[in-house]
Design a protein around this ligand. Structure first.
Ligand SMILES: Nc1ncnc2c1ncn2[C@@H]1O[C@H](COP(=O)(O)OP(=O)(O)OP(=O)(O)O)[C@@H](O)[C@H]1O
Length: 311
């Protein structure tokens, strides 16, 4: 287990005061290990961006403790910034500057930047290198923001929704870039609404809702929590599901969600699978398309919050 590059303890971030105050982050604690990809997964308004902005030193915590690369992001900002890769937020100051100039400008702030030309090629920004920022498309702005996060060869990269608004091709190249950085030992934090993104990239996922961490673990750990799997098969319609349920351990459920399609819910282990097939054999049922299905992070989120992840 590597060192921790981010430690957040009981973080509270509020906007406004008095009756109209919003508590965006409400006692959130998490850690990010060196050399890992960590995803913050949560719906709109969950507090992901507020947490990230606090770690970047843009926002002062109302209470709690935040340490990034062993530094205080607000007090030690000068020392931290060259070691941290952050995606530029859209800002008026940039509106006239050309895309490639902007990357070169950020590169000059760093001691050992990446080759700007290579990065421009890699992120497919060549065609818009001379385009003023305000004229870039959403996807181009997104890729440019990613370039500015990476050009300084940072130890820790923080990506807020890195693939939002990207087409599938650009999304895949971003994923490959993240995987390469990880192989090079860079630590990465990303926020996302996309389940596939978290499942594919993250070593560790924090599910965030209402400003708190409601679950955490590797994607595999999260999707195998509790009664995490289901078993499906097809057979003749109208099988006696009560009789099948009676053969299974307590806590199992059997449903026929569509005629001839059966769903067994519960702790799906090898013994239960054998019991289902034995019941089928005893009842002359040839179970067709029998499959144990893994829960996705989407299912886990639904289970935890009762809501869909994507707003
Ligand atoms: N500058 C602000 N002033 C007032 N309220 C804010 C401000 N920024 C965020 N909030 C509120 O704080 C809460 C958390 O927002 P935050 O942007 O941190 O969530 P998020 O998880 O990043 O959401 P999204 O996925 O939509 O970016 C929301 O209720 C939001 O409306």
């Amino acid at each position: 287990m590597g060192d921790l590059v981010i430690e957040i303890e009981d973080l509270v971030v509020r906007y406004g005061r008095g009756g109209s105050a919003v508590t965006a982050v409400d006692g959130l604690s998490l850690t990010v290990r060196q050399g890992s990809v960590t995803a913050f997964l949560g719906p709109n308004g969950a507090g992901k961006t507020s947490t990230i902005e606090t770690a970047e030193g843009y926002r002062r915590p109302d209470s709690g403790r935040v340490s990034v690369l062993g530094l205080d992001p607000v007090a030690d900002r000068q020392a931290l910034m060259p070691r941290l890769g952050v995606m530029l937020q859209e800002g008026g100051a940039w509106s006239g500057v050309r895309a490639e100039e902007m990357i070169r400008h950020v590169a000059r702030l760093h001691a050992h930047p990446l080759d700007v030309g290579l990065l421009v090629d890699r992120l497919d920004l060549g065609s818009c290198g001379r385009t003023p920022y305000r004229r870039l498309s959403g996807g181009q702005k997104q890729r440019l923001a990613l370039a500015t996060a990476l050009v300084g060869r940072p130890e820790l990269v923080v990506l807020d929704e890195p693939t939002a608004g990207l087409d599938p091709h650009a999304r895949r190249s971003t994923w490959e870039l993240v995987e390469e950085l990880r192989r090079d030992g860079v630590s990465l934090v990303l926020t996302t609404h996309y389940m596939e993104e978290a499942e594919r990239l993250a070593d560790q996922v924090y599910v965030i809702d209402h400003g708190r961490v409601i679950a955490s673990g590797s994607p595999a750990e999260l999707t195998s929590r509790g009664a995490a799997n289901s078993l499906r098969f097809r057979g003749p319609m109208g099988l006696d599901v009560r009789s099948l349920r009676a053969a299974l351990p307590a806590g199992s459920e059997v449903r026929e969600p569509a005629p001839g399609s059966y769903l067994v819910l519960g702790e799906i282990d090898p013994h239960l699978l054998a019991t289902v097939t034995a019941w089928c054999a005893a009842n002359g049922v040839l179970a067709d398309d029998l499959a144990v299905e893994r829960h996705t992070l989407e299912d886990v989120f639904l289970e935890l919050t009762g809501r869909e992840l994507r707003a």
